[in-house]
Design a protein around this ligand. Structure first.
Ligand code: CA
Length: 218
């Protein structure tokens, strides 16, 4: 999953970026409102974490603009002010959730998982398709009840396809979920990992649609 982080505090921004990457999220970190708007226009994010107090404006302005464009991107607001007015403003502006600094990384991660669950319309945190289950929080995949050992990138690709089961994802959409813009994309990465997933989950679990991409049937 590719996340945009907008945070001007270097220590907090760096901490969140590293923490999210450890959990295999692809993160692009920008430090002001203008760069955030440029990044949002140029890249397909699945979630944004917006700090309210930015050097050139407010994270709430970014959120407001997204919602005025009918962009449903899930948004988590960060703020240093433990003040109910900001919380109300943020939620009224269309934020999905809200965290007051300082917070523990584990809490941020749990909230991000909850936001993506709600956004995908799932009540259960475990994804299930056919005999395969994937637990995003505990990084566990099973096939017919037996654990399956996946590499980090295989896991991300499988999660992406299972969350969007029934939809076709192109190679570049899958690549976007793997990488932030500061990472180099090796050609064939997606093909190699799809091949690995088929070996572990059965060759028909992931379908290839020539010249369109990949999908998992619901
Ligand atoms: Ca700030």
């Amino acid at each position: 999953m590719r996340i945009l982080l907008v945070e001007d505090d270097k220590i907090i921004g760096d901490g969140i970026t590293q923490g999210l990457r450890m959990e295999d999220y692809a993160v692009d970190w920008v430090e002001d409102k203008e760069s955030a708007e440029t990044a949002l226009a140029a890249n397909p994010y699945e979630l944004a974490i917006l700090d309210i107090g930015l050097p050139d404006g407010s994270g709430l302005d970014i959120l407001d603009k997204l919602r005025k464009q009918n962009n449903p991107l899930p948004v988590l607001i960060l703020t240093a002010y433990d003040d109910v007015r900001y919380k109300v403003q943020g939620l009224d502006a269309g934020a999905d959730d809200y965290l007051v600094k300082p917070f523990k990384l584990d809490e941020l991660l749990a909230r991000l998982r909850a936001i993506s669950r709600r956004h995908e319309g799932r009540a259960s945190p475990v994804l299930k398709v056919g005999g395969v289950t994937l637990d995003p929080a505990y990084k566990i995949v099973t096939k017919n009840g037996e654990p399956v050992d996946l590499g980090a990138k295989e896991f991300i690709i499988l999660q992406e396809l299972m969350e969007k089961k029934g939809r076709v994802l192109s190679r570049s959409q899958i690549e976007d979920s793997l990488y932030g813009w500061d990472m180099e994309i090796e050609s064939n990465t997606v093909e190699v990992h799809i091949h690995g997933l088929r070996k572990k989950l059965g060759k028909d679990f992931i379908k290839t649609l020539r010249s369109f991409g990949y999908k998992i049937e619901p």
